[in-house]
Write a protein that binds this ligand. Structure first.
Ligand SMILES: *Cc1c(COP(=O)(O)O)cnc(C)c1O
Length: 522
């Protein structure tokens, strides 16, 4: 570490007591060309800056009407080269999809084509403002409209709301539209049914919207229990929220029958479509009787997310719900006259919209990326996206089921993700130890302890963008750590050994987070 260290900060040494270490301590805390990096508060100085500005002409301060700052703000600064190095070193301690395979199940971390980035950065998209006059942003409105059109065609549903900004936000949008539809009929209902195999955001959304949430059990095959759901359906049920494909990585085969039963009691079918990447081009949810479904653009149609960028969760609607969708919508004018944004004051176009989800129109940067992905694949290419994602997941499932407990492997092929459990691990080892062992092998761990229906669940999602070579290497690493876990290899309990930080106290991190930096006492 080259910068002055004014706080007595000490890098953590990467040597463990059990003799597993990667070399002697160094005086700097650096390891070969991996440099340690303290916080900017620990290396910066209040008097340092990256730019030389001329002295302020004091004659203008009267324009501040007495509000000028009397004392320096006290924020630390770095020179330009120090700044560049600080952030570059921090970025090297991070793991991202551009570094390696990211097998997080349910999260769908796939390669983001650089073409998408290029299009999103075109000045006509990147430099516009949501309040710009509509006539000056016709191209952007066209992108929103065409993307919505693709989503309607791919799902077989007639209405779409583009403004929700993530999957969970889309769920809220769908449930609010369902509530508006019931209210419009004068039929306020109280209950939303959520199967055990649904994503955790589903019950949270229903509760947030003021509904009582009731669980529907899963069958031993990991699917919704059809008889249980039919037995519970009654006129107090507002909606059923089903994740399809579900969080066990399985297609809900009885979906159409469930939807018919739900409609028969006057309730609506909400489908969590975050996993649309497994079925895009193969199944149209509208044909299955879905009334509202969010699509995570950031999962199915690439676009960065997580630490890499914001998400986007448009919602498609059936005929029964489309008039209750939120504003604004982009409308195509007749006679090639362009596009207009339909806002609150023009409600006459929109029936009984429940209002707005966001201040403006949604995530424009995600819209351009997603539409680029669609246009560059075409309809046939998108179908192949789903087929390759499913093929890759089944390859992983079948390559590991001989040594790892795969609870639903007998239920037939999986969809886009393979699910394992930690049965038969020796020496008190669990899924967490295997996950930490994978870090030492150079892999971000898969999703762990979710879904809850499987003990020590490990959910692995390769996506369509991994090559066979990269999946094979992952399988080799996964097998070797699994063999250690089955043999009760004690050293796994201390893993990771080689990451920039050793194993963290995850309970303390969640229960007693330290969210603000304070000067360490000497
Ligand atoms: C990712 C995911 C969500 C939540 O989406 P966010 O964009 O993270 O809010 C909901 N349901 C399922 C099945 C998911 O995979």
């Amino acid at each position: 570490m080259n910068a002055p260290n004014k706080s007595g900060w000490k890098p953590e040494m990467q040597v463990s007591e059990d003799g597993l270490h990667n070399g002697p301590s160094t005086t700097t805390g650096n390891r070969a060309l991996m440099l340690e990096e303290p916080l900017i508060f620990e290396i910066g100085h209040a008097e340092t800056t990256g730019v030389d500005l001329p002295e302020i002409d004091k004659t203008h301060t009267n324009r501040l009407a007495g509000f000028e700052r009397e004392e320096p703000i006290g924020l630390v600064g770095l020179t330009e080269p120090e700044t560049v190095r600080h952030y570059t070193r921090l970025s090297r301690q991070n793991y991202g999809i551009d570094l390696g395979f990211f097998p997080l199940g349910s999260c769908t971390m796939k390669h983001n084509p650089r073409l998408n980035e290029k299009v999103a950065r075109l000045p006509g998209f990147a430099d516009i403002h949501p309040m710009a006059p509509q006539q000056s942003v016709q191209g952007a409105l066209q992108v929103i409209h065409e993307l919505g059109d693709w989503l309607c065609k791919l799902t077989g549903m007639p209405g779409v709301a583009m403004s929700p900004k993530a999957g969970a936000h889309g769920e809220l949008c769908g449930i609010l539209a369902i509530r508006a539809a019931h209210t419009a009929r004068g039929d306020a209902r109280k209950v939303v049914l959520v199967p055990e195999s649904a994503h955790g955001t589903n019950p949270a959304t229903a509760a947030f919207a003021g509904y009582a949430v009731e669980d529907i059990p899963a069958t031993p095959e990991g699917r919704v229990d059809l008889d249980a759901i039919k037995a519970r359906l009654a006129p107090d049920v507002a909606a059923v929220m089903i994740t399809n494909p579900n969080t066990c990585g399985l297609f809900e085969k009885d979906f159409r029958e469930i939807a018919d039963a739900v409609h028969a009691v006057g309730a609506y079918v909400y489908c969590d479509g975050a996993n649309f990447n497994a079925i895009v081009g193969r199944v149209r949810p509208g044909d299955l009787g879905v009334d509202a479904m969010h699509i995570n653009l950031h999962k199915t149609f690439s676009t960065p997310h997580g630490g890499g960028g914001p998400g986007s969760g448009p919602v498609v609607f059936s005929d029964a719900l489309k008039d209750f969708a939120p504003l604004p919508i982009v409308r195509k004018l007749p006679d090639d006259e362009g596009y207009e944004l339909v806002e609150e004051e023009q409600r006459k176009h929109r029936g009984q919209s429940f209002g707005r989800m966001t201040a403006f129109h949604g995530q424009m940067g995600m819209f351009t990326r997603a539409l680029t992905y669609m246009l560059s694949h075409g309809a046939d290419g998108l179908k192949q996206v789903a087929e390759d994602a499913v093929l890759n997941a089944n390859y992983i499932l079948r390559s590991l089921e001989d040594i790892l407990h795969a609870p639903f492997a007998d239920a037939g092929p999986c969809m886009h993700e393979a699910l394992f459990g930690d049965k038969d691990f020796g020496g008190g080892l669990s899924t967490l130890d295997l996950a930490k062992g994978l870090i030492d092998e150079g892999y971000h761990p898969m999703t762990v302890y979710f879904p809850l229906v499987v003990h020590g669940a490990m959910l692995v999602e390769p996506t369509e963008t991994e090559s066979k070579a990269s999946i094979d290497q992952f399988i080799t690493a996964f097998r070797s750590v699994t063999e250690r876990a089955l043999a009760g290899d004690e050293t796994l309990k201390q893993a990771p050994y080689y990451a920039p930080r050793r194993r963290l106290d995850e309970t303390a991190a969640a229960r007693k987070p330290k969210l603000a930096w304070s000067e360490p006492e000497d």
